[in-house]
Write a protein that binds this ligand. Structure first.
Ligand SMILES: Cc1cc2nc3c(=O)[nH]c(=O)nc-3n(C[C@H](O)[C@H](O)[C@H](O)COP(=O)(O)O)c2cc1C
Length: 406
C-alpha cells in the first residue's frame, strides 16, 4: 500500500529497542509516508537524534517548550504550538518502542513532556508497540494499564517472546518490524470503513454435556472469529460477538456474549440477529449431542456407550430468521483436494442461501483449529474463488472483511 500524503508521527521512548525504529522509518519512507519523530528526553540519551533526522528527512522534536520563544507574543501571532500541530495533522500516531513509563502515563492521563502531551491531544488512531523486560511487561500494573488503553480503543502490536536485551528470556521484545509496518498500513487504509455497519460474529467451540462434568467439544480456539470481531470493531463497525466460553478473550470492548452449547448459541443468535446487517458464522458448532444426558457423573470403571444425535444446522437456518442479512459461513474439511474443498463449500453456500463461504483444510499443518495461521478459500454465490494463502489469522480476517466491504 502506498502511504503518499499520509503523515505518521512516531513517538520514540527510551527502550533499548529505539535504534530499531531507523529501519521502520526507512520502510515507511519507501512507501512515501511523511514521517515525523518525537523523541523523549530519555530516548535521546540512548540514540542519536541526528540519525533519525537523516532517515525521516524532518527535524526531530524533543522539547515541549522552546527556550527561545516568548509564548505570549508567539500565541498572539497565531503561530503553531508544536504538540497541537503534530497531533492535529497525523493520520496515525505510533508509539514505538513504548516504555512501561509512557504506557503508564497514557493510561493515567499524564501529559508532562512533548510526547505524552501530543498523544493526549490527538484524534488520530494511536498504535502502541511495547518493548521491555519480561517482568516489567508481566507486572500487573502494566497489564492493567494496557487493558485500560485497549478499552479506550488504543491499538497494540504485542511484544514478542525471545531473548531480551537485558539477558532475560520471555515476552517483551519489540514486535517484528514487518508486522508493525503491516499494521500501520491496515489502520490507515481501513480507518472507519465499516462505520454504521452492524456485524454479528460467532466464534469458538460449542460443547455438549454428557454428564455434569464431561463434554463433547472440538479444538477450536475461536481466534479467527475473535480477530475478525476485533478488526471489524477497529474499522468502526458495531460488533456483537457470540463465542464459546473457552475461546480466547477479545482485546477490545464490544458486546461479548459467552455460550456453552448449540442450543444456547442458537438462542443468542435468534435474540440478536434482527439488529444486525451482516453475520459471520465462524463458530465450530458441535455436530452431535448426547441423547440422554446423565444427571450424575458417569462412573469411570465400566465401558460407556453414548448415543448421539445430530444437532440443529444453525447456518442453514439463518436466512429464515432474517432474509436480507449478508451471511458468511465457514467450512472446515479434513485433507481433501483444493477442488473438493471448494465444491463442498459451494454446496453449503447454496443450501444456506449464504453470500460467502470461507473454506479451509484443517488437516494441513499450520492451518485450521488452534493455530495462529490459516490458508482459506473465499467462495461467492457465482462460485468465484479468492484464495488467501497461508498468513496470520488477523491478516486473513482483514482480507475477509475487505471482501465483505466490496
Ligand atoms: C539502557 C536502558 C534500557 C532501557 N530499556 C527499557 C525498555 O526496553 N523498556 C522500558 O520500558 N524501559 C526501559 N528502560 C527504562 C526507561 O528508560 C525509564 O523507565 C525511563 O524513565 C522512561 O522514560 P521515557 O518513557 O520518557 O522515555 C531502559 C533504561 C536503560 C538505562
Amino acid at each position: 500500500m502506498d502511504l503518499k500524503n499520509k503523515k505518521i508521527v512516531i513517538g520514540i521512548s527510551s527502550s533499548i529497542a529505539a535504534y530499531k525504529v531507523i529501519d521502520l522509518i526507512k520502510e515507511l519512507r519507501k512507501s512515501k509516508a511523511d514521517v515525523h519523530i518525537i523523541l523523549t528526553k530519555n530516548a535521546s540519551k540512548l540514540v542519536d537524534k541526528k540519525d533519525f533526522e537523516i532517515v525521516s528527512n524532518n527535524k526531530v522534536n524533543t522539547d515541549l517548550f522552546n527556550p527561545n520563544v516568548n509564548y505570549i507574543d508567539y500565541i498572539k501571532k497565531n503561530r503553531p504550538i508544536r504538540h497541537i500541530s503534530l497531533s492535529d495533522t497525523a493520520d496515525l500516531f505510533l508509539i514505538c518502542p513504548a516504555t512501561a513509563n509512557i504506557i503508564g502515563k497514557m493510561a493515567n492521563g499524564i501529559a508532562d513532556d512533548l510526547l505524552s502531551t501530543s498523544i493526549m491531544a490527538t484524534n488520530a488512531p494511536v498504535l502502541i508497540c511495547p518493548a521491555m523486560n519480561v517482568k516489567m511487561w508481566k507486572n500487573p500494573i502494566m497489564q492493567e494499564n494496557t487493558e485500560k488503553l485497549r478499552k479506550l480503543k488504543y491499538e497494540f502490536v504485542e511484544p514478542e517472546y525471545g531473548i531480551l536485551a537485558c539477558g532475560y528470556k520471555g515476552m517483551g521484545r519489540l514486535a517484528n518490524l514487518k508486522k508493525i509496518t503491516e499494521r500501520i498500513k491496515t489502520i490507515i487504509e481501513r480507518r472507519n470503513n465499516l462505520k454504521g455497519k452492524r456485524i454479528l460474529i460467532t466464534a469458538g467451540a460449542t460443547s455438549e454435556e454428557i454428564d455434569p462434568v464431561r463434554v463433547i467439544t472440538n479444538k477450536s480456539s475461536g481466534r479467527m472469529g475473535v480477530y475478525i470481531a476485533e478488526e471489524a470493531y477497529l474499522r468502526g463497525a458495531e460488533v456483537t460477538l457470540i463465542r464459546g466460553a473457552n475461546s480466547i478473550n477479545p482485546q477490545y470492548h464490544f458486546r461479548d456474549i459467552k455460550i456453552h452449547n448449540v442450543n444456547e448459541l442458537f438462542k443468542e443468535i435468534k435474540k440478536n440477529i434482527k439488529k444486525h446487517d451482516i453475520m459471520i458464522h465462524s463458530a465450530a458448532v458441535s455436530d452431535f449431542t448426547a441423547i440422554n444426558k446423565h444427571s450424575k457423573k458417569i462412573k469411570s470403571k465400566d465401558n460407556l456407550h453414548l448415543e448421539l444425535t445430530p444437532t440443529t444446522k444453525i447456518f442453514e437456518n439463518i436466512k429464515k430468521l432474517k432474509k436480507n442479512i449478508f451471511l458468511i459461513g465457514f467450512k472446515a474439511e479434513y485433507r481433501v483436494s483444493g477442488k473438493e474443498l471448494v465444491n463442498r463449500a459451494f454446496s453449503l453456500l447454496k443450501s444456506a442461501k449464504a453470500d460467502l463461504v470461507v473454506a479451509n483444510d484443517i488437516g494441513k499443518k499450520k492451518r485450521g483449529f488452534d493455530t495462529e495461521t490459516n490458508e482459506v478459500y473465499v467462495i461467492d454465490k457465482n462460485k468465484r474463488v479468492n484464495h488467501i494463502k497461508l498468513a496470520d489469522k488477523r491478516v486473513i480476517g482483514n482480507k475477509i472483511l475487505d471482501t465483505i466491504k466490496k
